[in-house]
Design a protein around this ligand. Structure first.
Ligand code: IMP
Ligand code: MG
Length: 436
């Protein structure tokens, strides 16, 4: 069965880009099936840092990729990203397909997102227009990519859509008006850039699977940002859990062999919303600084929490996670103590099941605290050579969640990685080559 998925087990920014980049060369096809340019992935390969928002991270390794059917595309972002990737030496023209079914984030969606966020119930979005664009999609008022790259249809659709949009903006207290012709002139150059890449997605994936190709499906954001299972309403508008990835790619679960959950030994969250195990002061600052924990899209310092094993167990069940990739271990190299949340108390009682959203906001956490290792780990390439406190940490994670930690990442670079259980994360045919 040739599908491997990589998705976030926490609140996003777990380091999925690096893990996908590491694995991608062993796959025939990479697919990013959900979300939009609210996501930000950083890949460091051959000393070069590549930041991406829409293109699948697998493209950096030279793997053919598809932006799948449920992605929300800001055309200006993607046009610029194509140019940047070409500048970084990536053969975008031969590697990238953008699904005809993707929807567009248009300038008025960004404006509506801003208006929503100054209202009485902001949720701390990235203000990329994602929520309003998904709302239009669900409302059947969206613009699809195959329409966008056809000049006549684009013009007609903008004429149909702008009047309603202007009424919505006024209702939200806005004073900006959008005109179809002006939007068309603004958008047409981006449509010209994207047109050559547009094609069917799910059909291509089905063909690849029928031919026995190995397909790597990568998520954006984290499972706790999920529209349904996250901490609603402080969630994104898409589905970062594995079920969402499969729906977005248009494939059934029978093909899935490996479900890799990416996690950090601490957690971060951007935006508003309840947090369990939050850290403050020097304890948090050290992690923000060492982990460079600033939003890729917004530049906001991320809020820092202890690694929450209760939540991790829950998301591993939502996803059917078969192995963890533990990233950013080295960020904790100077932390005197390592804290893990290992119990929830709600209304004075130990929670047995993962709490509902209203109860989640009331959680008092119980911690398991172990000694830090106080020594650099970034140079280590052999699991056995890691400090004993790291192994203790890994054991606690595995015992609590019943999921093995197959990869340990000790730095941003592709090389700074320990693949502890290659058979859990790589296609069979790649195993021999990998044990170089
Ligand atoms: P939106 O996706 O811009 O609507 O933002 C909704 C929530 O999801 C906010 O809390 C964002 O900070 C969060 N969010 C969206 N994308 C990401 C991501 O890629 N990483 C982490 N948080 C994200
Ligand atoms: Mg990110």
């Amino acid at each position: 069965m040739p599908i491997t998925t990589v998705n976030g087990s926490q609140f996003g920014d777990e380091g999925k880009g690096k893990i996908v980049d590491l694995l991608a060369e062993h796959f025939d096809l990479g697919v990013r099936p959900t979300a939009g340019d609210n996501a930000g992935h950083t890949v460091v390969a051959n000393g070069k840092t590549v930041k991406m928002r829409l293109a699948p991270s697998a493209i950096v390794a030279g793997t053919p990729v598809i932006i799948g059917d449920d992605v929300m595309i800001n055309p200006f972002t993607l046009a610029k990203e194509i140019e940047d990737l070409k500048g970084a030496g990536v053969d975008v023209d031969n590697l990238l397909t953008v699904s005809t079914n993707t929807h567009l984030v248009l300038p008025y969606h960004v404006y509506l997102d801003e208006l929503n966020e100054v209202g009485e119930t902001p949720i701390g979005t990235t203000k990329r227009g994602i929520g309003p664009a998904f709302a239009d999609k669900v409302n059947r008022k969206g613009m699809r990519m195959e329409e966008f790259v056809s000049p006549e249809i684009l013009k007609k659709r903008l004429e149909q859509l702008t009047e309603r949009v202007n009424r919505m903006a006024v209702a939200l207290g806005g004073d900006k008006e959008f005109y179809a012709q002006e939007l068309y002139e603004q958008l047409a150059p981006a449509a010209d850039i994207l047109r050559p890449y547009v094609g069917p997605s799910a059909q291509k994936i089905h063909k690849a699977l029928a031919e026995g190709q190995e397909v790597l499906i990568e998520g954006a954001q984290g499972s706790l940002n999920d529209l349904v299972f996250g901490t609603y309403p402080y969630v994104t508008s898409s589905r970062p859990i594995v079920g969402g990835l499969l729906a977005g790619a248009g494939v059934g679960p029978k093909h899935v062999e490996r479900v890799i959950g990416v996690m950090k030994p601490y957690q971060t969250r951007v935006g508003i919303g309840p947090i369990v195990g939050e850290m403050f002061g020097e304890e948090a600052d050290l992690i923000v600084r060492r982990g460079n924990e600033y939003g890729t899209v917004t530049g906001r310092a991320r809020r820092v929490m202890a690694c929450d094993l209760v939540a991790l167990k829950h998301t591993s069940e939502l996803n059917g996670t078969t192995a963890f990739a533990l990233t950013k271990l080295d960020v904790l190299d100077e932390s005197p103590k390592i804290k893990l949340v290992t119990g929830y108390i709600v209304d004075g009682k130990k929670a047995d099941l993962f709490p509902t959203n209203l109860d989640y906001a009331k959680v008092k956490e119980e911690y398991t605290i172990i000694d830090g290792w106080n020594t650099p780990t970034s140079h280590i390439r052999d699991y056995d050579k890691l400090p004993k406190q790291v192994k203790e940490l890994v054991n606690i994670i595995e015992q609590f969640t019943n999921v093995a930690v197959a990869i340990v990442s000790v730095g941003a670079d592709r090389e700074a990685t320990i693949v502890r259980h290659p058979e859990m994360v790589l296609p069979k045919r790649a195993l021999a080559a990998y044990q170089k």
